[in-house]
Design a protein around this ligand. Structure first.
Ligand SMILES: C[S@@+](CC[C@H](N)C(=O)[O-])C[C@H]1O[C@@H](n2cnc3c(N)ncnc32)[C@H](O)[C@@H]1O
Length: 276
């Protein structure tokens, strides 16, 4: 196996292994005997997701709701209209619903994910939650219509072929910016974008803080040992003083750098891609 293929295998395993809650036929890769596709690049293939969702009932990327519920509750009102990007077969929308947030629209590029999510939600009686097939790069909603847009691990898919994370490929940047443009557009003037990711602030900041966006940026971390980021971008709240504008609500962030060894580090930064 080439060095790059080996790295990609370890990378995709790292992305998969962080599931907190798997309830399905394991998606074993026969080449590596590990969970996940042979290459992280496979996550960019829509057919991969359709095939995966046809046999998988539930997979919670990163951590489940209980780990960041406190952050949701302090940022989303029960009266908020919420758009979830790339719902997959996650229980995030159900958990929001159980917390009293009923005006929820979920989208996913995968028709299989959408169909199964619709069936699942109806069977549980959560009939107010709308689910539709849509591309987050081209959101089919009018401007200023959601109080909250939320994504968990969905934008991370766009980064799997980013190359050098300090200088991501132009194609990656274009797709991320198309997504952010759409999110910014569909948010109400005082709406918020919540991004739950392992993408570190020094890699996300240049994209989130593009001058065209009016949102401020703050983030919290959550998780035991390995930390995830919970970014909150508040539309219309950007101020001229960028230091004042950006708030980090977790002082353990500096310790976090020490934990970036091994596979997690590989997935998150892909520094070593340039060494090949
Ligand atoms: C890593 S999974 C995350 C799923 C879910 N958010 C979770 O937390 O478990 C990525 C999801 O994004 C979806 N996806 C990928 N590209 C997309 C796009 N351009 N627009 C909408 N959904 C997309 C995939 O079908 C998949 O369901």
């Amino acid at each position: 196996m080439s060095a790059r293929a080996d790295k990609e295998t370890r990378t995709s395993s790292a992305m998969e292994n962080r599931s907190a809650n798997r309830n399905s036929v394991p998606n074993l890769n026969p080449e590596t005997d590990s969970v996940g596709p042979p290459s992280a690049l496979t996550y960019l293939d829509p057919h991969y997701w359709d095939e995966r969702f046809s046999s998988e009932e539930h997979y919670e990327w990163f951590k489940d709701y209980s780990h960041f519920q406190h952050l949701i509750k302090s940022n989303i009102y029960t009266s908020s209209s919420v758009l979830e990007l790339g719902c997959g077969n996650s229980q995030l929308c159900e958990e929001l619903y159980k917390d009293g947030i009923v005006d929820i629209t979920c989208i996913d590029l995968s028709s299989v994910a959408v169909e199964k999510m619709q069936t699942r939600l109806l069977s549980k009686g959560y009939k107010e939650i709308k689910v539709m097939q849509a591309d987050m790069l081209d959101l089919p909603f009018s401007s200023d219509c959601f109080d909250v847009v939320i994504e968990k691990g969905t934008m991370d898919v766009l980064f799997v072929d980013a190359g050098d994370p300090w200088n991501p490929r132009q194609e990656t940047v274009s797709k991320v910016m198309a997504t952010l443009d759409g999110v910014h557009r569909v948010l109400k003037p005082d709406g918020i974008f919540i991004s739950i990711t392992f993408g570190q602030p020094h890699f996300r900041r240049p994209l989130f803080k593009d001058p065209k966006f009016t949102w401020s940026m703050e983030y919290n971390t959550f998780g035991d040992g390995f930390h995830y980021f919970f970014y909150i971008l508040r539309k219309g709240k950007r101020c001229n003083d960028e230091k004042e504008d950006e708030k980090c609500k977790d002082s353990s962030i500096s310790l976090y750098q020490d934990e970036l060894e091994g596979e997690d580090y590989l997935f998150r930064t892909r520094f070593d891609d340039d060494e090949d």
